[in-house]
Design a protein around this ligand. Structure first.
Ligand code: FES
Length: 106
């Protein structure tokens, strides 16, 4: 289990307890977190789950796969802290992580 905080562009925050093994996209969609659509169901094929990972959590989030890199090419406003939330899998190591949803998904 990991507590993940999703911060929207307007500064509002939602903190969810995400089960180990679930992706940050799945948790967001199931709990109605705005601006994370997850249109492809987590198959790394849509980029509608683009988030910016807080700098303090970038290392814990791991690195992008080649497929994720390719998909992020289709997202707007990609920065070095950009990840696809469907590719970040909750574990105790991520407890406390903060992610921000991008302007382009609002
Ligand atoms: Fe489609 Fe993440 S849900 S790329």
């Amino acid at each position: 289990m990991a507590k993940i905080t999703y911060i929207a562009v307007d500064g509002s925050a939602r903190t969810l307890e995400v089960e180990d093994g679930d992706s940050l996209m799945e948790a967001a969609v199931s709990n109605g977190v705005p601006a994370i659509d997850g249109d492809c169901g987590g198959n790394c094929a849509c980029a509608t789950c683009h988030v910016h990972v807080d700098a303090a959590w970038l290392a814990a989030a791991g690195t992008r796969s080649e497929m994720e890199e390719a998909m992020l090419d289709f997202a707007e406003g990609v920065t070095p802290d950009s990840r696809l939330a469907c590719q970040i899998i909750a574990s105790p190591a991520l407890d406390g992580m903060i992610v921000r949803t991008p302007v382009s998904q609002h």
